[in-house]
Write a protein that binds this ligand. Structure first.
Ligand code: PLP
Length: 391
């Protein structure tokens, strides 16, 4: 065998995630591994909770990172809050709402879908109507930032409607946390999850979650055991819970947690509002460049995510050929369309550390050149000039 060490190429990650990882985070992850019950590590976990409470804008005691990716964050919410026979309304306007339905079914719950066009935000009126016709609904779940389409839903209004109808809420903020406002306490969200690899710019594989007292009461009142041992909150709480005592549950991914801690310190240093504003600023510059080339963003302006820009692929352009050239010639990764958006969209992430003028300019310059080579009549430099003017 002649297998040697793996050395990945340097890439610019401008897809739907993972995003470019801040070198400070990679450095933090290379620090010495210590025991997951070491008092020094436990002190770091306490800081992690405080930092996550800041990121989520919550005082919830039960706020911690699940040792697994965003999908596990989704699953921990569903398996703990739902019991067989419970009715759950799921708002679906993209791929990840569909994944929520899969989760609900596997819990033995009864999902009722509120469907919206892919690329549009969830319609609050439809949720209200559906709640009226299903008054026995226990939980409402939706995706705040639909990564598959680039649409942002009005989480505050959706949660307000759900609460008025006596429901708990599960909110997916995998792509929004750190890039767009997420206000758990102010909006009254009961259970929320996110991912480490998007606007937090950490490596993939961790899922910050937070549960309020209403959610915990529901879990305490369960008649049936949570079907997943690993994700049963009553057991996980022994390690991450608020009482300060830490008992073994599973071996925590120590170095990955150093990374998330550093990512959250970076966020705290910048300040949440400044981070949201930076994502907007760079999005506006990208948008100016895209439009200057004669291309269009697929989501309507009021519903656009600044961190995930869905660009409509112009007729006659070979989607895969463009993405391949960007990767091979520029080391630049963008995302293809997912699900029913395959072949229709490019998804360009400006997330966390990757939301910066350098990435915007490199991408616009590269796309201009590639499209020009493929025969599009684009004036050289027009997109880059428009982006610079926007800043
Ligand atoms: C909105 C949304 N929810 C859930 C997930 C699942 O996260 P992960 O891939 O980390 O499991 C993703 C991943 O892209 C996402 O964008």
């Amino acid at each position: 065998m002649s297998i040697t060490s793996f050395h990945p190429p340097a890439r610019i990650l401008m897809g739907p995630g993972p995003s470019d990882v801040n070198p400070r985070i990679l450095e933090a992850m290379s620090r010495p591994t210590i025991g997951h019950l070491d008092p020094v590590f436990i002190a770091m976990m306490d800081e992690m909770k405080t930092l996550l409470q800041y990121a989520f804008q919550t005082k919830n005691e039960l706020t911690f990172p699940v040792s697994a990716p965003g999908s596990a964050g989704m699953e921990i919410c569903f398996v703990n809050l739902l019991e067989p026979g419970d009715k759950v309304i799921i708002c679906q306007n993209g791929v990840f709402g569909g994944r929520m339905k899969e989760n609900a079914e596997r819990c033995g719950a009864i999902p009722v879908l509120v469907e919206d066009t892919w690329g549009a935000a969830v319609d609050p009126n439809k949720l209200e109507e559906t709640l009226k016709s299903h008054p026995d609904t226990k939980v409402v779940a939706f995706v705040h930032a639909e990564t598959s389409t680039g649409a942002c839903s009005d989480a505050k209004t959706l949660v307000e409607i759900a609460r008025r109808h006596g429901c708990l809420t599960i909110v997916d903020t995998v792509t929004s946390l750190g890039g767009s406002p997420v206000k758990v306490n102010e909006w009254g969200i009961d259970a929320i999850y996110s991912g480490s690899q998007k606007c937090l710019s950490c490596t993939p594989g961790l899922s910050p979650v937070s549960f309020n007292e209403r959610a915990i009461e529901r879990i305490r009142a369960r008649q049936t055991k949570v079907q997943s041992w690993f994700l049963d909150l009553s057991l996980v709480m022994g390690y991450w819970g608020g009482d300060g005592k830490r008992a073994y549950h599973h071996t925590a991914p120590i170095n990955a947690l150093y990374g998330l801690h550093e990512a959250l310190v970076v966020l705290q240093e910048e300040g949440l509002e400044n981070a949201w504003e930076r994502h907007q600023r760079n999005h506006q510059a990208l948008r100016a460049g895209i439009e200057a080339m004669g291309l269009q963003l697929a989501v309507k302006e009021k519903e656009r995510l600044p961190q995930l820009n869905a660009i409509t692929i112009p007729a006659g352009v070979d989607d895969a050929a463009v993405r391949t050239r960007l990767l091979q010639e520029y080391g630049l990764e963008i995302g293809a369309g997912l699900g029913e958006m395959a072949g229709k969209l490019w998804r360009v992430g400006l997330m966390g550390y990757g939301s910066n003028p350098r990435n915007v300019l490199i991408f616009l310059g590269a796309l201009e050149t590639v499209l020009h080579d493929l025969g599009a009549s684009i004036e050289s430099g027009v997109a880059v000039r428009a982006a610079r003017a926007a800043w």
